[in-house]
Design a protein around this ligand. Structure first.
Ligand SMILES: NC(=O)C1=CN([C@@H]2O[C@H](COP(=O)(O)OP(=O)(O)OC[C@H]3O[C@@H](n4cnc5c(N)ncnc54)[C@H](O)[C@@H]3O)[C@@H](O)[C@H]2O)C=CC1
Ligand SMILES: O=C([O-])CC(=O)C(=O)O
Length: 350
């Protein structure tokens, strides 16, 4: 019996090691987030330990010598899943036949800026890259927008690729989600995986609303609501929210560069959940197209919601109770997104 099971296992292993490689694009490949991200993708942390990968690395022409250095390092890692690395500045090459696109490449903010101050510099990039997805990528491609302001850039990319379903586009708010889980875990003296179902509502900006009304914390084996575990409503309504909202700025102030290691980790968490689904009974946060949501959020936005994923398809978790405190914060961040969208469309029409 054991021999039979062992040979069946070997057959499955052999079959899966012959899987067709998937084609994964990372833009901004010469930048600091990409440098923290590429190793995890290439070694199988995101798309699976049996999934061969062709990595396409796109950056602007002057950065190609730097990308060449990254290619050399990836080769020197001797990673068995990495079948090919393609450095390029050409969209026709970069966006061809993609299974997944992680759009990082854009300008980061510096100390004293809000993320929406990047709109003018960055939104044109996402319009062009949406157009390139439309022209060259598979219609099934999963697109994750990281470059700031991430929600609005994602909306513009999706609008520029009308033949790819809007559901295939999402933006990164997982870093905010991880920040919120970690703050609660530290406050309760538990590990970060003892906290689940925090929610980031809205924009990846200082108006985002980190909400723990539906979060659970496992304290010494007993699962309880976050409010009962933390036992400090004033902190949860005050410093907790502002710490998460302003964490990106705090990292920039300290490092003089924006978050990169934690952003790369969040990108891996986000994409892995798209590929393999969320855990039973758990939800995560990501920015998705708001059409058809049951929370009264304007439809034509990319807004961060509580999300569950199965078979590579996400759905917004419906029916969570929303009190007046939460309602006001959810609406404020939606209003900022409407303003950003209208400004972006204005820039693009000039
Ligand atoms: N959504 C999120 O949670 C987070 C978003 N970010 C954002 O990610 C972006 C990248 O950040 P970093 O890697 O730290 O910046 P970086 O400046 O280190 O790297 C950006 C790279 O993008 C490249 N680039 C610029 N225009 C491009 C284009 N049209 N096509 C391809 N590549 C292009 C640059 O040449 C550079 O190599 C920034 O917009 C930053 O604000 C950063 C952290 C978290
Ligand atoms: O704050 C920034 O500019 C970078 C970022 O998005 C983050 O760290 O969340």
């Amino acid at each position: 019996m054991l021999t039979l099971l062992t040979s069946m296992y070997m057959m499955v292993r052999t079959f899966s090691s012959q899987a067709e490689p998937i084609r994964v694009l990372v833009t901004g490949a010469a930048g600091q987030i990409a440098y923290s991200l590429l190793y995890s993708i290439a070694k199988g942390d995101v798309f699976g330990k049996d999934q061969p990968i062709i990595l396409v690395l796109l950056d602007i022409p002057p950065m190609l010598p730097v990308v060449d250095g990254v290619v050399m390092e990836l080769q020197d890692c001797a990673l068995p899943l990495l079948r090919e690395v393609i450095p390029t500045a050409d969209e026709a090459v970069g966006f061809k036949d993609l299974d997944a696109a992680i759009l990082v490449g854009s300008m980061p903010r510096r100390e004293g800026m809000e993320r929406k101050d990047l709109l003018k510099a960055n939104v044109a990039i996402f319009k062009a890259q949406g157009g390139a997805l439309e022209k060259y990528a598979k219609k099934t491609v999963k697109v994750l927008v990281v470059g700031n302001p991430a929600n609005t850039n994602c909306l513009i990319a999706a609008k520029s690729a009308p033949s790819i379903p809007k559901e295939n586009f999402s933006c990164l708010t997982r870093l905010d989600h991880n920040r919120a889980s970690s703050q609660v875990a530290m406050r309760c003296g538990v590990s970060s995986d003892s906290v689940k179902n925090v929610i980031i509502w809205g924009n990846h900006s200082s108006t985002q609303y980190p909400d723990v009304h539906h979060a659970k914390v496992n304290v010494n084996g007993a699962e309880m609501g976050a409010y009962d575990a933390v036992k400090d409503d004033a902190w949860l309504h005050g410093d907790f929210i502002s710490t998460v909202q302003l964490r990106g700025a705090a990292v920039i102030k300290a490092r003089k560069l924006s978050s990169a290691m934690s952003a790369a980790k969040a990108i891996c968490d986000h994409m892995r959940d798209i590929w393999f689904g969320t855990k039973e009974g758990e939800f995560i946060s990501m920015g998705v197209y708001a059409a058809g949501n049951s929370y009264g959020i304007a439809e034509d936005l990319i807004y961060s919601f509580p999300i569950q994923i199965k078979n590579k398809t996400w759905k917004i978790v419906d029916g969570l109770s929303i009190n007046d405190f939460s309602r006001a914060k959810m609406d404020a961040t939606a209003a900022e997104l409407v303003e950003e969208r209208d400004t972006a469309l204005d820039f693009l029409s000039q």
